[in-house]
Design a protein around this ligand. Sequence first.
Ligand code: DON
Length: 317
Amino acid sequence: INAMVDAQQTADISTISEKTLSSILEKNRTYSTQGKVADYIPELGKMDAKAIAFSVVDQNGKVFNTGDVHKKFTMQSISKIIALMVAVRERGEADVFAKMGYFGSEKPFNHFSNLETTGKPLNPMMNAGAIYTTSLISGAGEQAFIKVLDMVRYITKNQNIDYSKSVYESEKSTGHRNRGMFYLMKNNGLISGNEDQLDNYFKQCSIELTAEDLAKIGYFFAHQCVRFDGDSKYKSAEVAKLIESQMLTAGMYEFSGEYSRMVGLPSKSGVGGGIAVSVPGKMGIGVFSPALDQHGNSLAGYHMILDLVKQYNLSIF
Ligand code: DON
């Protein structure tokens, strides 16, 4: 009976249209005036706080876009899920997690957490674990970064994607906490390479894409690493489960628990204002609005996701 009531109250996802998305966007546009654009990386501070975009890739791989659909922004922390995929495919999950945890945390994304006590990063979503994960990808110089970039290009089927040199330079010259974590992990014997490995992390954070590209990334992990056009070259239920479980546990940082209660979907945010969301077995969602909440998550982006989830009953719980 409850299921029938639910079915009556929420719409079928096959009815999602550009109109659905644009009415949700317009309803939540005002949140972009309440958040704050990240300026701890000076180049990011130049972003247009009013830019906003909303994309969905539906069950059949069909794309729906609304808002500033051509606006590019940097992936920032969303790159961490791609680096994790590349590292796990290369070395296996057991090796990648031998010196790193699967923990959630109440600490913000740039916290050193227990690097000083157990020596192990809490998870691959916070900066310490992400810097470590990228350092595990093989290859000299920028090879590890190129592998991450190539994977983003593959998943989005968009060979034009590249990184922003100016954001990269800005991160490199101001990322002192990240550099501190890098050297602490080097001191602890987790990292053996030189600063090229840290640069690879800064470069992956600086990869530029659109909300549509994020929706395609969300779709990919929602579909066992099968691409939106059906290409199954990287198909792996296990890799998708790992990535989605980390997204759910730590993808929204210290807000992840509350977010799971409210939205109930594996999601990964970045301080560029993007959020990539997987609706397992169904679809991908990509949002962009650079005004952030106090946790570093897009405020209008969160509210657009929340409305779509309510309207179509998308929570996994
Ligand atoms: O390490 C940093 O500070 C950034 N490049 C990435 C952080 C980030 O996106 C955190 N997310 N919300």
